[in-house]
Design a protein around this ligand. Sequence first.
Ligand code: BDP
Length: 547
Amino acid sequence: MPNVYQFLNEERKGSSMKISRRDAVKLIAGSIPAYFVICALSLAANASAGVDAAAGTQENVAKISLTLEKAASIPVPRDYLGFSCETAQLADPTFFDPENSELVSLFKTLTPEGILRLGGNSSEFCWWKTAANDRPPELPESAHREDNWMPRSFTAIEPIAVDNLAGFLEATGWKVIYNLNLGTGTPERDAEEAAYVAKKLGKRLLYFQIGNEPEYYRNDNNRLRSRDWNFDKYLDQWMAIALAVIARVPEAVFGGPDVGSSGQWVIRFARQAPQQLPGRIVACSGHYYVMGPPDDPRSTVERLLAPDPRVDRDVPRVINIARENNLVYRMTEGNSCYRGGKPGVSDAFCSALWGADYLLKLASFGCAGVNLHGGGAKVIRSALGGHLPGEHLTPDAAAIAAEGSFYTPIAGSREMGFKARPIFYGMKLAGVLAGGRMRPAHFDKSPANASAFAADMPDGSTRMVLINKDAKQKLEISIPSAHDAQVWRLQAPALTAISGVTLAGTEIKPGETWQPSHEENLVSKDSRVQIDVEPASGAALFFNGNL
Ligand code: BDP
């Protein structure tokens, strides 16, 4: 079979920068050639139908019309949205706890049926502790190295954390994807943990995964395995743990390989794992960060919002590979900028527009769901070997980090209270299409940096999400519709605003039921509706019927 799916590995050869392998992968994973940014900017200029260059006015308006394809196609699962958190978050059993009412309410506000994925680097350094005299495994030599970006110590997870997690999931209506430890785990210990988790969580356990970003184990800043680590060795070790888990949990099912970026590993996993364990593999999974690290000057607002050809090219391929093997594909981890996110970008309103667009683009490709990574700065810092490079970048960065990692959708703690960061709003906007079937939407001309997604909903109505990522260009969009529509706006004072974000006029607050306070009504005239979408804003349209 020709290698149609090269993903990153070919490109990596072209990198001449002196950086570690994992950095190389992540940099490439995030690199959008300047060429594309320039294209986007010039498209912006060209599509500005309203710019009156001769008169020299500043008005920048694109008048465009939108068409919807007739047939609804790809379903968007109701549990499409999700968060990803470090397993080490379970070290505090009062975090995912039904008594943690603010967190419960924020999860419910995002969606009544989400998926929490527990994993990340820390999952490789968590150990299952059931008795006071249990001792952690021996720390690998690599954990003492300064150049290592993996945890430096072990974190104990105790059964009480899983008991509370069960209550938390019950209270929120969510399910969990639970990563077991491959890096430093053993079949016996993992099976013991899995047995307890499966028994306590029951139907709220979606599936287990084994290992986090396993293709990086041989890299200099990881070193969980030696240089000769490869997929065959991985699959052998993965199987040994899976079989031990199955022996204790007869109904256990799995997702994998939860790679950082290697498409090749996804392909091999999709083909080989189900052959060895028929009926046990239910999902393929991987991660995606747009850019990073935060101290790379190329990690910018502009780049986050620019078209991302890598997503367009690679994600459909990986979803098809999964599908060919009767599996779904879930993006189990990722966000705007790896290594904890970047202040002023990952925590700013631009991330909301990126997030809504990214989530819906992946849905339109047939992705089963997306989990955006986050959590407290302390947990993320220790998952990164004690580093959080973003916290020294701006004068306010340390104060922001005191509330949460820069990319986290939910910041805070039980002591200080929780809050929804801007990206949470983008996720919620995307969520209006969950449960529907996507209808491909096309603009008649390419506006600067905008997108439109639509879905037919189970009640027979059509919904649409419009996202204008351009900072200057307003869109005047004409949509064929015999039905009126209600509109929710996603707005903020600026792309870089870290507060003042509203959806349908309302801020999302923990402990309060979020409700739209400002719904506009679009009236259909001559079988069309017109909507203006301001620069740097989004909108959800709820039509009163099927388009
Ligand atoms: C991912 C790891 C996660 C980190 C994240 C990051 O799985 O634990 O927190 O990178 O770099 O690769 O922020």
